[in-house]
Design a protein. Structure first.
Length: 388
């Protein structure tokens, strides 16, 4: 996981969007004689200066979870002061296809651009820190969660979470929005307005359900952003105050379930998402959504579980099928373990586990099981532990 800075924002980025490419100037303050980070291989370093003197880096290929082919750069024998790194190129993303060469959650188009950690577009890992980005577009654009600087006609975006740095921009006349004090929905075509309305009303119902379930509101104001429809399967991801979806789909029930899952990550988060512990984040998010479905439509609830079983197949149920590493079936295994808990002990047992995980200070399996035992829920802890 990318390091979290202890001295505030250390990386200052200027970002230019140039057709189907991006160009970046990154400035870092140096407190030691080396600096190491990773970038997508689709991006090429064009210049590196240490206190105005050209320097070069050692390069090696590297693999990072959820990211496209990456390259690690190691600068050594540096002088304390400033390091300026310039790079440019196209975007690549995980799960890229012929229809979505930049990945399903990314695009560089005339009226919209979107890219994130999934594209490996900014310095990450090793010595890299949180980013402050100056996006070189003017007032005819809107940068989601950015602040417009009218004096300089640019946008400022500040990364607040070590997991991601989302840059999403829309040309004001090219995108549309509906919303209120709780949520804003951005969508690419006015003709989609009627299709988007069920998402809007469904979101509000789901949010109300979670406030009751968890007894608190960790969602805050949310932006739902729908990328231009690429014809791919519906998918999405959540970051602080933002959920990004690949399209507006006709299957509203399934789409709302996906929204419920992503929104639940407002609570179901905090475990290491790059290790086997990610089962905690994904299982608790999915079962938050499943409890919502159970209240709304029990038949649909059962269909969701049946689909998960079909995906997992007849393999032995295990939360650590890859040892300490990230599980290939992180979205299924824990959900099916909790189904066994649900069948034996009922929905209240699931509610107990969801709220217990939400309230943990340090979120990992060991602490989660210990917290269950401290509440006298030894049978739940032992059942989960038997699949570790």
């Amino acid at each position: 996981m990318q390091g979290v800075g202890k001295e505030g924002l250390q990386l200052k980025l200027k970002l230019w969007i140039e057709g189907e490419k991006i160009r970046v100037e990154c400035r870092a303050k140096l407190t030691k004689d080396s600096f190491s980070f990773a970038l997508a291989k689709s991006l090429v370093l064009t210049k590196a200066l240490n206190n105005h003197k050209e320097v070069s880096a050692q390069e090696e290929d590297c693999d990072l979870l959820y990211r496209p082919p990456m390259k690690r750069y190691r600068f050594t024998q540096l002088q304390q002061g400033e390091l300026v790194i310039c790079y440019e190129g196209g975007l690549e993303g995980l799960w890229a296809t012929e229809h979505t060469p930049q990945g399903p959650y990314s695009c560089l188009r005339e009226d919209v651009f979107a890219f994130s950690l999934l594209n490996g577009w900014y310095p990450m890992e090793d010595d890299a820190d949180l980013c402050e980005v100056e996006v070189q577009v003017g007032g005819e654009w809107q940068i989601i969660h950015g602040q417009y600087d009218a004096e300089n006609n640019v946008w400022h975006y500040r990364q607040i979470n070590p997991v991601d740095c989302n840059i999403i921009g829309v040309r004001r006349e090219g995108y549309h929005v509906i919303g209120d004090e709780q949520v804003s929905l951005f969508f690419p075509d006015e003709q989609m307005r009627r299709k988007v309305q069920p998402y809007y009303h469904g979101y509000r119902q789901i949010a109300d359900f979670y406030r009751t379930l968890y007894g608190t509101d960790r969602m805050g104001r949310m932006t739902l952003f729908f990328l231009p429809d690429t014809g791919e399967d519906f998918g999405g991801y959540k970051r602080d105050g933002l959920i990004v979806f690949t399209a507006v789909k006709q299957d509203v029930a399934s789409a709302l379930h996906h929204i419920a899952h992503e929104l639940a990550h407002s609570y179901a988060q905090g475990a290491d998402c790059f290790s086997w512990e990610d089962w905690l984040n994904e299982t608790h998010a999915e079962w938050s959504a499943l409890l919502y479905e159970l209240e709304q439509d029990e038949a649909f609830f059962e269909r969701c579980l049946a689909k998960t079983k079909e995906t997992y197949g007849d393999r032995a149920l295990c939360l650590k099928d890859n040892g300490e590493g990230h599980s290939e079936f992180v979205h299924e295994a824990g959900v099916l373990v909790y189904e066994k808990v649900y069948r034996r002990y009922g929905a209240d047992s699931i509610r107990t586990m969801l709220t217990t995980f939400d309230r943990l200070q340090e979120k990992n399996t060991k602490n989660f099981l210990q917290a269950l035992r401290q509440q006298g829920k030894t049978e739940l802890a032992e059942m989960v532990e038997s699949y570790c």
